[in-house]
Design a binder for this molecule. Structure first.
Ligand code: 3AM
Length: 175
């Protein structure tokens, strides 16, 4: 019998931007800031679904395929540290309306299909480091990375041999 998978909807980043962020991160943050997220795993989570059965996954994918939301440009010009989860993140000072609408839609569809959604407000971010539990020196303002977002993706999160890997299952275009 096929098993449940740990799923989430997210924005993937172009490979070039992933490389640029990895190299910027290395010089913008101190060594030992935390455990850096691998370049290929950098993403912006839109909706976390947790463990999803194959039937529910199919239903959520059908709904995702009906979404007609506009493309948008993301300016990555903000950074912060959440000490409790130990996350250092890259974000945006002004989340585009298209980003918020897309995340709201995906989270609402997930909730209607029994995927519990946190009450915490959506704070769009790209996790740069995990296990960052000690105070972190953040880079001064002035950095800005820009990317045109043309699609969103369903990912599976797989944990094996002490490592989490994200596998892109399917992407849908924005219009
Ligand atoms: O990389 P970020 O932090 O954006 O934090 C987890 C990660 O997002 C988040 O889902 C993404 C893929 O693992 N996540 C994991 N468990 C979660 C939970 N219980 C969660 N988000 C909300 N609730």
């Amino acid at each position: 019998m096929p098993e449940s998978q740990r799923l989430f909807f997210a924005l993937s980043l172009p490979a070039r931007l992933q490389r640029q962020l990895v190299s910027w991160r290395a010089q913008a943050f101190e060594e030992h800031t935390g455990r850096p997220v691998a370049g290929a795993s950098l993403h912006m989570t839109l909706a976390f679904l947790a463990d999803v059965s194959p039937e529910k996954q199919q239903a959520l994918m059908t709904l995702a395929g009906r979404i007609r939301q506009p493309r948008f440009t993301l300016r990555l010009d903000d950074a912060g540290h959440w000490p409790r989860p130990g996350v250092v993140w890259l974000g945006t000072r002004q989340p585009p309306r298209g980003l918020i609408q897309l995340a709201d839609l995906l989270r609402a569809q997930a909730a209607r299909n029994g995927c519990h959604q946190s009450n915490a407000p959506f704070h769009p971010h790209i996790t740069l480091y995990r296990q960052a539990t000690r105070p972190v020196a953040l880079p001064p303002p002035g950095f800005c990375w820009t990317t045109d977002v043309q699609e969103f993706t369903l990912f599976a999160s797989e944990f094996s041999r002490g490592r989490t890997r994200y596998q892109a299952l399917h992407s849908w275009p924005l219009v």
